[in-house]
Design a protein around this ligand. Sequence first.
Ligand code: ZN
Length: 266
Amino acid sequence: MVMGPTHAMSGAAVGLAVAQILPAEWGGVTTSTEAFVYAGLAAGAALLPDLDSPSATVSRSFGPFTQAISRFTENTCQAFVNMTRGRKDKRCNNGHRTLTHTVWSALASGAGATALISYFGKPAVIALLFFFLGLAIRGLLPEWSKNADWLLVTGASAALALGVWNYAPESSFGIILGSAITVGSLTHLAGDMATKAGIPAFAPLVPLKGKRWWNLKLPKALSIRADGPADKFLLFVFSVAVIIQIGLVASGNMSAIMMDLLSLGR
Ligand SMILES: [Zn+2]
């Protein structure tokens, strides 16, 4: 799946589930509102890896600002691949689906967010909430945000960020917010891995047959076309999952279900 809304909805679905099993030492997600905020952050972060493509939802989110960041990201990724490629890798002419589509970059973006918060405190939290909840609005409400001016969407993101900041306790940020970003990014990677092209999940650290930028993908029979009917179907499945989970979280039953699932696995 490559389309923004599908990525965002899958991030929300995974975020709602993961919110229930976060370690208490991280500050934990204790209320249903916190679980929804966590899922919102994961939904926004599930768009982040496509910052390497100027036409992606994330790159159009905050108008000229994200467009400029996106062009910079694409060029930097392209240069990075050419610097690190193995003897059998082709020269890279387009940075899309390279560095930002690795597990290292998913881990680094979460760790980076946590580091920003521990260094700058409150202003960093507000900035991150603003950015990622803004992405979530773009991804989860594509029709509305397509018709609305990007400035209006930006205003809505700012209002949402301030609202969340005023509501949520300080203890639930830091590692928690960083983990939501990593969870969302990893969900994006799982989605792209299901497409025919796959993603260089472990590049450039894990070489394969002389290639450092080889793509990890599913067997042909299981892979889907990025913009085909399978993408629409997955969007539908994730939307239903999110609606059911919202009901379970709001009624307080979600965490018991996740705990049961975890104990089954042991
Ligand atoms: Zn992608």
